[in-house]
Design a protein around this ligand. Structure first.
Ligand SMILES: NC(=O)c1ccc[n+]([C@@H]2O[C@H](COP(=O)([O-])OP(=O)(O)OC[C@H]3O[C@@H](n4cnc5c(N)ncnc54)[C@H](OP(=O)(O)O)[C@@H]3O)[C@@H](O)[C@H]2O)c1
Length: 262
């Protein structure tokens, strides 16, 4: 009985979740977590082959529906075409995980306008555009929804380890956009939250962590004394998408081994 009640608190059966950046790294684990909870998945990124392989894995392992959607999230026309084809096959999403992102490094005084603009487009403009595309039909139909923006500990503090002004600025912007959307869309029961991962080993940072000195520095800066594993993000996304989080909106949930605590 208690096990069944617990399962209901976290069940996403009948929900359709769109995850951007699902072709590698954390996006793959967000997809696995939501599939374990029973959600059907729309997996979006530019590389088709890894998306198709993940969709197949999710269908076979968890018995959910899953579609690979090839699109550059900075292109309105590509995203619209992908969502249109998905709507015909799986329905419109009522959960969005804005995960696609980029983290260029380099000293602030040398940051080029081009890198700045590209980072802004991917890390901040695209999440807003996607949130609008998912929220508009929900608002029109008075259906509840969840939006989960993947930010970073470096949306809340500066980074002394790597220089990344465009990254910290865009993630900070996405955090306050999360709060603003939470306020504006609360009357529609569209809950908007953010997850701030700490140092998690993925494609994005693996080159940097091949240097033992970099890795040791990050480990020393983290109370738990180690890097996070991508699968350690699953619980946070399931919680924020689930009935268990029905009174949680505008929050930034850090999954960071305690990095922000000292
Ligand atoms: N890893 C960490 O330690 C860490 C810490 C804090 C926050 N984060 C955040 O977590 C998110 C995922 O990072 P990750 O570490 O998993 O990085 P990753 O392995 O490099 O994955 C980035 C994902 O974004 C997709 N992507 C990039 N540009 C895109 C575009 N224009 N259109 C569509 N998809 C695009 C990539 O797929 P395609 O190349 O196939 O398009 C890929 O699936 C990012 O927002 C990042 O800032 C990561």
């Amino acid at each position: 009985m208690a096990t069944q009640l617990l399962a209901e608190m976290f069940s996403l059966r009948g929900q359709v979740a769109l995850i951007t950046g699902a072709s590698s790294g954390l996006g793959v684990e967000f997809a696995r977590g939501l599939a374990i909870a029973g959600a059907d998945l729309l997996l979006m990124a530019r590389r088709t082959a890894p998306l198709a392989a993940l969709a197949e894995e999710l269908r076979a392992t968890y018995g959910v529906k899953a579609l690979a959607l090839t699109a550059d999230v900075t292109s309105d026309s590509e995203v619209d075409a992908a969502l249109e084809s998905a709507a015909a096959r799986l329905g419109a999403p009522n959960i969005l995980v804005n995960n696609a992102g980029v983290a260029p490094t380099g000293r602030a005084e040398n940051l080029t306008r081009q890198t700045w603009e590209e980072t802004l487009q991917l890390n901040l403009t695209a999440p807003l555009a996607l949130a609008q595309k998912v929220a508009r039909p929900l608002i029109a139909e008075r259906r509840p929804g969840r939006i989960i923006n993947i930010v970073s500990i470096f949306g809340l503090v500066g980074s002394s380890i790597y220089r990344m002004a465009a990254y910290t600025a865009t993630k900070g912007g996405l955090i306050n956009l999360t709060r603003q959307l939470a306020v504006e869309w609360a009357p529609y029961n569209i809950l908007v939250n953010a997850i701030a991962p700490g140092w998690i080993l993925t494609e994005m940072n693996q080159a940097g962590f091949q240097k033992a000195a970099n890795r040791e520095r990050v480990e020393r800066a983290t109370p738990l004394g180690r890097l996070g594993k991508p699968e350690e993000l699953r619980g946070a996304v399931v919680f924020l998408a689930s009935p268990a989080a029905s009174y949680v909106t505008g929050c930034v949930l850090a999954v960071d081994g305690g990095y922000l605590s000292w």
